[in-house]
Design a protein around this ligand. Structure first.
Ligand SMILES: [Cu+2]
Length: 123
């Protein structure tokens, strides 16, 4: 289907696209973009957003990668105690956070996605 689409596109380009062809292509692209966007939204909203307050010790802070590695305690129903990196998409959350610091962090889970959107010192 993609292949025939490319062939059709080539044929159109070869003839030199008329105004109506360009309009049709624009409409088609808009539909595809909208479809992808709606699909993405639907998929995301199906997964429940879960929140966990987790205790851990900071191992590594990498603001340039929006990442923090934490030796964390058990997260019931999610995972056993371990040391692992977490995404921290919210800017500024890693400011002042240092290795060996004891923290309580707010972990968000939606489907397979995990990220941290809150960090405070446990001391
Ligand atoms: Cu883990």
């Amino acid at each position: 289907m993609a292949r025939s689409g490319v062939l059709a596109l080539r044929r159109v380009m070869g003839q030199g696209p008329g105004m109506s062809t360009i309009r049709r292509l624009t409409k088609f692209c808009a539909l595809v973009v909208t479809g992808v966007a709606l699909h993405g939204c639907t998929e995301r909203s199906v997964e429940p957003l879960e929140t966990f307050e987790v205790h851990g010790t900071v191992v590594r802070v990498e603001p340039e990668r929006s990442s923090i590695t934490i030796a964390h305690e058990e997260i019931p129903g999610v995972m056993a105690p371990m040391t692992m990196p977490f995404d921290v998409p919210v800017g500024g959350l890693l400011d002042g956070v240092k290795p060996d610091e004891e923290i309580v962090f707010q972990l968000r889970k939606q489907g397979d996605r995990l990220w941290i959107d809150g960090i405070r010192s446990a001391g």
